[in-house]
Design a protein around this ligand. Structure first.
Ligand SMILES: [Zn+2]
Length: 271
């Protein structure tokens, strides 16, 4: 049986996890991605598909409603069908797999195939899910500096009270109707997505490196800027971070459409 200290510790850890969940920010990244898509891609989707972008952008995490659980292969099959389920199953799916490099690469591949087959609904699902782990890798919901300030109780600094954006749930988070989203949207105007050189496989590797390594390193710098800079600079740093996430997702979609398999997919020949 748990003793009292363990119970209190568990309760406070659970409370910390709930307070720091990167939640509304995922909706905003998905919304920005849909909004900034090039017209050529937008016209591939139907208007209803944009609801899907918001519907599945928390999919790799546990459900919010009780009883909380991870999404299963059956949940995925209900959206994308048996054929894609079998592909995902063959990759060794497990509850947080959609956060992994293999999970992202598989979903990118399936997004390219959905583009090739003209499967709008499936394409919207894969894009929606992908917005989540791509922004998770440089999300600032539980970075080391925040942890340090929160637990060290350094005299004179109440770091957890200092939010970049007044009213945001997370210390480093932002609001749906706030200045950060507005500034990212302004900066995205006229953005031209980039296609990495080489094959689809080369592109998957390059996106993996960009999102996990380059964004990760940048997030380390940005966290420091947000922690120690003025409110204005902190806001600019957060805008920069979200802008990178949305640009990466625009590049991913644009590239997967450009590099979609061209073989006779109707005959099921694609690899
Ligand atoms: Zn997540």
């Amino acid at each position: 049986m748990m003793n009292r200290t363990a119970l209190v510790l568990t309760a406070s850890l659970l409370a910390t996890g709930a307070a720091f969940a990167w939640d509304v920010e995922h909706d905003e990244v998905a919304r920005l991605v849909g909004w900034a898509l090039p017209q050529e891609i937008k016209s591939f989707f139907a208007f209803e598909d944009f609801d899907i972008l918001l519907q599945y952008c928390h999919f790799p995490d546990m459900t919010d409603t009780e009883p909380r659980r991870f999404h299963t292969l059956d949940d995925i099959e209900a959206v994308v069908g048996r054929r894609d389920r079998d592909v995902i199953d063959s990759r060794g799916f497990f509850p947080i797999w959609m956060h992994t490099e293999d999970g992202k690469a598989t979903f990118m591949t399936l997004l390219a195939r959905a583009f090739a087959r003209g499967e709008r609904h499936n394409a919207a699902f894969y894009l929606s899910v992908l917005t989540h782990p791509v922004s998770d890798e440089s999300a600032l919901n539980h970075p080391p500096l925040l942890g340090f300030f929160r637990y060290s109780k350094l005299p004179g600094i109440d770091f957890t009270m200092r939010k970049v954006e007044e009213g945001a749930k997370n210390v480093f988070g932002f609001r749906s109707d706030g200045h950060v989203v507005h500034l990212v949207r302004e900066r995205m105007k006229g953005y031209v997505p980039q296609v990495p050189a080489g094959s689809l496989e080369d592109a998957l590797l390059s996106f993996g490196v960009e999102v996990a390594v380059i964004h990760g390193a940048k997030t380390g710098e940005i966290e420091g800027a947000i922690a120690f800079a003025s409110q204005h600079e902190a806001e600019r740093a957060l805008v920069d971070l979200v802008y990178r996430q949305v640009c990466a997702l625009e590049d991913i979609v644009w590239t997967l459409r450009a590099r979609r398999p061209r073989r006779s997919i109707a005959a099921g020949e694609e690899s």
